[in-house]
Design a protein around this ligand. Structure first.
Ligand code: BTN
Length: 253
């Protein structure tokens, strides 16, 4: 890849033409003791990973990037970062979007354009014996030039939706600029500081949802996202239940 974009202070770019997975490279850096702010970006991935054990199609032209963080706190708190990062990505896209794009965040980790998935995040982390986070990687895949066919959900790419042409590195610089600001708010005041912005872009609030939590399936109405980043559901048996991002296997509407 050519040399990089303007990144916020303290971020260090590690750019590759091709890797198996940028999350794997970021993990290597984490285990070697790299500081928070290391960012791995690649022109393509040979073994890109999505959530739920799915592959993430990773041809040239799209963004594949992984940011290393070392947040203080527990893994449960760090799970909120999938909401913080998907919000930041959505906000970076809104700044570029044509009027009808309807950019939204889907709990906990997707960005949608006109109802179709344009980006997904994969968070991976390790904790010490005290359950506090040792490192956390936010892997982000954004369909800029192309979207895969045959996905179990509608998928799209920025190019199909009338966004201006952009390189993956251009978009990475914009995304990290917004994310850095959102992370600062989250560090000082928790998810509650980010929640109003998340809710303003949240997709499906008030809709019926089905969630798979391990072997259990929960069906009900998506009521809200709490100050802790949990999804609040009114179950069909009228009980209310909070689901954290860490518990979720699958959400469908
Ligand atoms: C999802 O299933 O929605 C998450 C997709 C995450 C893909 C990104 S691309 C950069 C990073 N490296 C990977 O192997 N996966 C993530």
């Amino acid at each position: 890849m050519t040399t990089g974009p303007q990144l916020p202070q303290g971020y260090v770019l590690h750019a590759f033409d091709r890797v198996e997975s940028t999350n794997d490279e970021a993990r290597r850096l984490a285990e070697q003791g790299a500081a928070a702010g290391a960012v791995v970006v690649a022109g393509e991935q040979l073994k890109g990973r999505g959530r739920h054990g799915r592959a993430w199609a990773s041809p040239p032209g799209n963004l594949y990037a992984s940011l290393l963080l070392r947040p203080e706190g527990t893994l449960a708190e760090a799970a909120q970062l999938s909401l913080v990062a998907s919000l930041a990505l959505a906000e970076a896209l809104i700044a570029l979007a044509p009027p009808a794009a309807d950019v939204r965040v889907k709990w906990p980790n997707d960005v949608l354009v006109r109802g179709a998935k344009v980006a997904g995040l994969l968070l991976e982390s390790a904790a010490g014996a005290d359950e506090r986070v040792a490192w956390l990687i936010i892997g982000s895949g954004v369909n800029i030039a192309s979207a895969p066919a045959g996905t179990p959900y509608p998928a799209t790419a920025l190019r199909y939706e009338g966004f201006p042409p952009m390189t993956p590195l251009d978009l990475l610089g914009r995304y990290l600029g917004v994310l850095d600001d959102r992370l600062a708010r989250w560090r000082s005041r928790g998810f509650a500081a980010v929640r109003p912005a998340w809710l303003a872009l949240g997709s499906g609030i008030g809709d019926r949802v089905r969630l798979r939590l391990g072997r259990e399936e929960v069906a009900g109405r998506f009521l809200d996202v709490t100050d802790q980043g949990a999804l609040l559901v009114a179950q069909d048996d009228d009980r209310r239940r909070q689901i954290t991002a860490g518990e979720l296997l699958f959400v469908d509407r």
